[in-house]
Design a protein around this ligand. Structure first.
Ligand SMILES: Nc1ncnc2c1ncn2[C@@H]1O[C@H](COP(=O)(O)OP(=O)(O)OP(=O)(O)O)[C@@H](O)[C@H]1O
Ligand SMILES: [Mg+2]
Length: 237
């Protein structure tokens, strides 16, 4: 249970070449919270998410997942706790079939094959994609790929789900199904999105990033109703 939170403490990150994309980010997400990460293109949302499971490590400051500091040597533990769904599902799907893709993580963890099978079945069921198990991943539609990409993460049974723009490029029916699916999850969740309606519906709390800093952190409804705040972050509708 102690692993179910994420804490950022004064996190700075500069990309090779020197551009500082995060400039002192601090927040804590506790067990069971669903939090939207909002901000304009280039605000630093994806950069921040990549820090939650150590795909990027801070130039300064610290990220903790529960009582585990995110460091090179803690990455295997951190990645069992934090599951990341990338913005582009194609980055997550590379095996011959959907079932193989969903089995990839659990197999890599060295789990016995009956446990791997059980996890694949449960994860595909959870995203409503059981009937796709034998299909090649590359032939799926965008919405199906998104569902399967989420299943590849669920099969690792992470405590915390991190998603980068999960509703991008989905039609309204697929978007609706995804929102309902995510609403039903008990996971701690951090979701970067430009879909403000989804943020409002799914996430009671939102963090607004502006130029690599936290411009606001609070109830999503109040944040999205604060026109002065949104204007200052360049986000007024
Ligand atoms: N690999 C990289 N090398 C150098 N700079 C980068 C790299 N990736 C991102 N950046 C810069 O870091 C800043 C933050 O980018 P990031 O992708 O985190 O923004 P974002 O909020 O996710 O934007 P979007 O809404 O467009 O996805 C941007 O100015 C971007 O140009
Ligand atoms: Mg991004």
């Amino acid at each position: 249970m102690s692993h179910h939170y994420i804490q950022f403490t004064d996190v700075h990150y500069s990309y090779p070449g020197g551009y500082e994309a995060l400039s002192g980010v601090s927040f804590r997400i506790t067990h069971g919270e669903k939090v939207a990460l909002l901000g304009l293109n280039g605000a630093g949302k994806s950069t921040l998410l990549l820090h939650t499971n150590g795909l990027l490590l801070p130039s300064k400051g610290e990220v903790n997942v529960g009582d585990v500091p995110v460091r090179k040597k803690t990455l295997p533990l951190v990645r069992q706790t934090v599951g990341m769904v990338f913005q582009n599902a194609d980055d997550q799907l590379f095996m011959p079939t959907v079932a193989d893709d969903v089995a990839f993580g659990p197999r890599n963890m060295g789990l016995p094959s009956d446990e791997v099978d059980r996890r694949v079945r449960r994860a595909l069921e959870a995203v409503g994609a059981s009937e796709l198990a034998a299909r090649p991943s590359f032939g799926l539609s965008g919405g199906q790929k998104r569902a399967v990409a989420i299943a590849t993460v669920l099969s690792m049974e992470p405590d915390i789900l991190v998603m980068d723009e999960p509703t991008a490029n989905l039609d309204c029916a697929a978007r609706r199904r995804l929102i309902e699916l995510l609403s039903g999850f008990g996971h701690t969740m951090l979701v970067a999105t430009h879909d403000l309606d989804m943020a409002l519906e799914l996430c009671p709390r939102a963090i607004l990033l502006s130029r690599g800093r936290v411009a606001a952190d609070g109830p999503t409804g109040a944040l999205l109703a604060d026109h002065q705040l949104l204007r200052s972050a360049g986000m007024e509708l």
